[in-house]
Ligand binder design. Structure first.
Ligand SMILES: Nc1nc2c(ncn2[C@@H]2O[C@H](COP(=O)(O)OP(=O)(O)OP(=O)(O)O)[C@@H](O)[C@H]2O)c(=O)[nH]1
Ligand SMILES: [Mg+2]
Ligand SMILES: [Zn+2]
Length: 374
């Protein structure tokens, strides 16, 4: 992995012991300045008190490191001092870590000692997969990228939104390839109607202006991640956000003309510095997105339905045939879109079907009771 220059400090030689903890060689004033400078640089990597508060007193000599890329057999990390491959603890699997994770590393051996609890985690279930796959961790904003062409699919965008809501990240829809569409505004209108207060940004990832259009969500200490189908322009946008400092651009490739499908050019997740501050995570294009354990994410997405449910006569109303159903009443009154209700029903049912049922102490079953992995 090439050095990331924006960190400002020249990387220490591999395995070199970081110095912030050798305080006895400095006077008190130097120590305060040094600790302040290091904290600022850690903060620019996305470190906050949320992670600092997790450190135990005997962990002061370990180096906080952010996972920069995850491969099948190797993990790369980024600290204030260097970028380096990390040594995994025995029996650990690279699949246990997500790009964006904070871990504590031994300075000499580069042994990964412990992962810190995540503030947010994006995970998805693959078809038939028992354990959800980790997409990215500690992400502040999820850029859901789609194009103004055959890739644009409302039901799929709603799945991404449910995932982002559940993960606690702010979703923003990015619409690319407006230059190839006849009526790009129609795509923008449809996207904006998907969730209350949802930001939708139309941009061309190939031009430098794209960075300015996203400045509100980027900046020092912020982490954004890009998700979406193959070929929508995620890696092109990473290269534009990284700007001229980028030494090894992400590979990009044209799409198939006849159906606008991409070629799955990106195959691993990776973290990149944004020229104006902050970090962006590139991810491989997803073919399908199955939902599981995202009940509250669905509630936020379909707020107009969620809000009506308590007004129904029966607490367990299915909003299909029950008397006194506020949802059916809204449908009849024309204040609720029947297509939204149909998609809410389909997504909720799929989510319930995929969410493990937990048995309580008396054998009571409660859906969605699985404790969240963080
Ligand atoms: N005309 C036009 N082309 C674009 C735009 N955005 C991206 N492209 C092109 O779309 C193609 C695919 O872009 P990539 O950045 O490789 O797409 P990706 O989302 O990273 O794809 P995967 O890595 O396969 O998931 C490239 O040829 C880009 O130049 C746009 O707004 N307009
Ligand atoms: Mg890509
Ligand atoms: Zn009802």
């Amino acid at each position: 992995m090439p050095p990331i220059e924006r960190l400002g400090t020249s990387p220490a030689p591999k395995g070199c012991c970081p110095q912030p903890f050798a305080k006895d060689t400095l006077d008190a004033c130097d120590t305060v300045l040094l600790v302040k400078a290091l904290t600022e640089s850690l903060a620019s990597l996305g470190w906050t008190d949320f992670f600092g508060d997790q450190l135990e007193p005997d962990e002061a000599s370990l180096v906080p490191t952010r996972i920069a890329s995850v491969h099948r057999d190797r993990l790369a990390g980024l600290s204030q001092y260097e970028q380096t491959d990390l040594t995994l603890p025995t029996n650990a699997n690279t699949g246990d870590y997500a790009v964006g994770d904070w871990v504590l590393v031994e300075p000499h051996s580069l042994l990964l000692r412990r992962r810190l609890t995540r503030k947010t985690v994006l995970e998805r279930r693959t078809q038939g997969g028992r354990v959800p796959q980790l997409a990215a961790a500690n992400v502040d904003t999820l850029f859901i990228v789609t194009s103004c062409n055959a890739d644009f699919n409302i039901a799929r965008l709603e799945r991404y939104l449910a995932l982002a809501n559940e993960a606690g990240t702010t979703p923003v829809i990015l619409l690319t390839k407006a230059d190839t569409a006849e009526d790009a505004e129609a795509y923008q209108r449809q996207a904006a109607a998907l969730q209350r207060g949802l930001a939708v940004v139309m941009l061309n990832p190939r031009v430098a202006d794209a960075a300015a259009a996203l400045a509100a969500w980027c900046g020092a200490g912020q982490t954004v991640a890009l998700v979406g189908s193959s070929g929508v322009g995620k890696s092109t946008l990473v290269n534009t956000l990284a700007g001229s400092a980028l030494q090894a651009p992400q590979q990009t490739a044209g799409i198939r003309e006849h159906d606008a499908k991409g070629r799955h050019t990106t195959t691993a997740r990776s973290l990149h510095a944004i020229a104006g501050g902050g970090w962006v995570i590139d991810t491989p294009g997803m073919r399908t997105l199955h939902v599981s354990d995202v009940a509250s994410g669905i509630d936020t997405l379909f707020a107009e339905i969620t809000e009506l449910a308590p007004l129904c006569k029966f607490r367990d109303c299915t909003h299909v045939h029950e008397p006194g159903c506020a949802v059916q009443a809204a449908l009849k009154a024309g204040t609720l879109d029947p297509e939204r209700l149909a998609r809410w029903r389909k997504l909720s049912e799929e989510n319930q079907g995929n969410t493990p049922v937990q048995s309580g102490p008396r054998g009571n079953k409660s859906p969605g009771g699985r404790p969240k992995r963080r």
